[in-house]
Design a protein around this ligand. Structure first.
Ligand code: NAP
Length: 315
């Protein structure tokens, strides 16, 4: 039997849609890029619409939508698409609150369509190998350092500084998505400090301390003020050596020596997974990374730091 071809539309033609989603869809034979929805931007070679409603009311044949808009506007769009019985892919973070994502899970189930909350960093080249390597070890401690220059990576994006944009947790949740995937014991947040620029609604830096089974200690440092070398590192100390997931999960080292690396294929792997989910009528929504971020906002101490200005956003 011939494999089903799914017509998929992109909603929110911004950075990630242009750089990753559209190229990954075009290279995957299970999907046909059928339409784009964006208020100010257009995608080549497909019908373009200003709103999701316009697309859903048109005669364009759509099976699934990839929501690449900022998280603050994703819930309403996801509901609209699910109610129209479209499968929905959510960029990370899947929502701005835990409960809104739970409502989407419920709605997708009731509508009989698939919901896929993507965590692109989990598809980084060395993450699966790291999970397997850790599976039979006693993990003693973990240190996460996730430090990047927000002006370089998010120029002109106002939404990251507005409530629900999550600030430094926008990249930090990527580290937490890897951590929650590779760890073999449960853990929870014990303490956090969130640093808010005086003129922003979201934090520019955060320090977190978690505790887990068997006296496990986890520390995380997220900072968006990093100049010079950028750092996306997870160091894990075990009873059988030290593992280092470097470069955002694309390289794995054991006791300082390179153990595994492979070419980057996060988004092609995401669309391969989406195809599997659609073919098996399943959903995949893990909200654990979002729960840890919600805990940080709930129990974290708040410190006010120097104002942040980005000339490109007029912020
Ligand atoms: P972006 O460049 O700002 O693009 C988002 C697009 O959504 C905008 O171009 C905008 O297009 C549309 N949009 C609709 N409603 C909007 C609103 N109220 N405010 C702002 N834009 C709105 O953002 P992005 O970097 O692609 O990020 C989108 C999502 O992908 C985020 O959740 C982010 O965490 C995730 N992500 C980003 C990256 C990355 O490297 N950039 C990597 C992985 C995941 P119109 O104005 O044309 O409607």
């Amino acid at each position: 039997m011939a494999a089903k071809l799914y017509n998929i539309a992109i909603v929110g033609v911004g950075e990630i849609a242009r750089n990753q989603h559209i190229p990954a869809i075009l290279k995957n034979g299970d999907f046909k890029f059928c339409a784009a929805v964006s208020r100010h931007q257009k995608a080549d070679g497909v019908p373009n619409f200003i709103s999701l409603s316009d697309m859903l009311e048109s005669d364009t044949n759509v099976d699934a939508v990839s929501l690449c808009v900022p998280p603050q506007v994703r819930f309403d769009m996801a509901c609209e698409a699910l109610l129209a019985k479209k499968h929905v892919l959510l960029e990370k973070p899947p929502g701005i609150s835990v409960v809104e994502v739970e409502r989407l899970i419920d709605l997708a189930n009731r509508q009989g369509v698939s919901l896929f909350a993507t965590w692109h960093s989990r598809y980084a080249a060395a993450v699966e190998t790291a999970k397997q390597w850790l599976s039979d070890k006693r993990i003693k401690s973990v240190k996460i350092i996730w430090k990047e220059d927000v002006k370089h990576w998010h120029p002109g994006q106002k939404w990251i500084w507005q409530a629900g944009g999550m600030g430094v947790f926008d990249p930090g949740i990527n580290a937490l998505s890897i951590l929650t995937y590779i760890m073999n014991v449960p853990f929870h947040l014990q303490k956090a400090e969130l640093k808010f620029p005086q003129n922003c609604e979201t934090p520019i830096a955060a320090d977190m301390a978690f505790t887990g089974e068997n006296r496990l200690e986890i520390e995380a440092e997220f900072d968006w003020r990093q100049e010079g070398a950028q750092q996306w590192d997870i160091y894990v100390q075990t009873d059988a050596g030290n593992m280092h997931l470097a470069e955002g999960g694309s390289q794995m080292l054991i006791d300082g020596a390179l153990h595994f690396e492979a070419p980057e294929a996060e988004y092609p792997n995401i669309y391969a997974r989406l195809s599997d989910l659609l073919n098996s009528n399943q959903s995949d929504v893990d909200i654990m990374p979002l729960k840890h971020v919600a805990d940080a906002f709930m129990l974290g101490k708040r410190t006010i730091v120097e104002q942040f200005h980005d000339d490109r956003s007029g912020h």
